[in-house]
Design a protein around this ligand. Structure first.
Ligand code: CAA
Length: 260
């Protein structure tokens, strides 16, 4: 299959493995809408391509992704963000039928952590950090964090992470069941490929149906929660704290929250 030329991601193949690399290193792979559209396109193409059995999603050494693009979001209002409903694109990521392995190094924060959690197996390098720091900029996770993190690590750890904004190291994430394996950074992609190769030997029909069945319990009852979370995220764009939080980040200063 001929590859499309993307501006925000790279695609590659290794035998039966399709590899997608997030590629906006200057902004730590911040997940702009354009990047997400390209990612969905590449995922859907690999999902349709007969020779591909497993997909690996990775980023750079410093960052898998540091979240949704704050620069492109800071001036949104509740109405503008609801009308655009950009986060609806994210729903397409979880519709991919083939197994997706996340290979994570560096920051996986906010939307970055949420994107990792839509994957099926998570391999982390020793430098990986997982967190939902949205509270620091006056908002909340908006792409599944309140739902998937809670299911992955349980209520109390999820509350701590979402309310304090404090990230977990790769080893903590492993201990809390968010990560399958932690490896040295230079072995990250090789380890992800080794798991992918093992899965690629199995029946492709069985792997798809196995994934679908596991997601039935993990993701099945999640849609109401995801919609609720997205509404609350959009609603926060009516608050002064969202404006102040995002502005302060872009101006590289501490925010002063008024509670309005
Ligand atoms: N959006 C836009 N730009 C971002 C970004 C983001 N999420 N994260 C980092 N960047 C940019 C920075 O603005 C900076 O750009 P300039 O060089 O042009 O100034 C560049 O990436 C490098 O970042 P830093 O200089 O901040 O690097 P650092 O090493 O000092 O800090 C960091 C790294 C701790 C990850 C810090 O960048 C950070 O806190 N990023 C924001 C994390 C965050 O709040 N994520 C959640 C976003 S909201 C969200 O994701 C909602 C959702 O649920 C989908």
């Amino acid at each position: 299959m001929k590859d499309v030329t993307y501006r925000n991601i790279l695609t590659d193949r290794d035998g039966a493995i399709g590899i997608i690399t997030l590629n906006r290193p200057k902004v730590l792979n911040a997940l702009s809408h354009e990047l997400m559209e390209e990612l969905v396109m590449a995922l859907e193409d690999f999902d349709k391509e007969d020779g591909i059995r497993v997909i690996i999603l990775t980023g750079g050494e410093r960052a898998f992704a540091a979240g949704a693009d704050i620069g492109k979001m800071s001036d949104e209002t509740t109405i503008s963000i609801m009308l655009k409903d950009r986060f609806a694109t994210w729903d397409k990521v979880r519709k991919v039928k083939k197994p997706v392995i996340a290979a994570v190094s560096g920051y996986a924060l906010g939307g970055g952590c949420e994107l990792v959690m839509t994957c099926d197996i998570i391999i982390a390098s020793e430098s990986a950090q997982f967190g939902q720091p949205e509270i620091n900029i006056g908002v909340i996770p908006g792409a599944g964090g309140t739902q998937r993190l809670t299911r992955a690590v349980g209520k109390y750890k999820a509350m701590e992470m979402i309310l304090t904004g404090r990230p977990m190291t790769a080893y903590e994430a492993h201990q809390w069941g968010l990560v399958n394996k932690v490896v040295p950074v230079e072995l990250l992609l090789e380890e992800a490929k080794s798991v992918a190769r093992e899965i690629a030997k199995k029946s492709p029909v069985a792997t798809k149906l196995a994934k679908e069945a596991v997601l039935k319990t993990f993701d099945g009852p999640i849609s109401e929660g995801l919609e609720f979370e997205r509404k609350n995220f959009y609603m926060l764009f009516s608050s002064e704290d969202q404006k102040e939080g995002m502005k302060a980040f872009l101006e590289k200063r501490q925010p002063t929250f008024s509670g309005r």
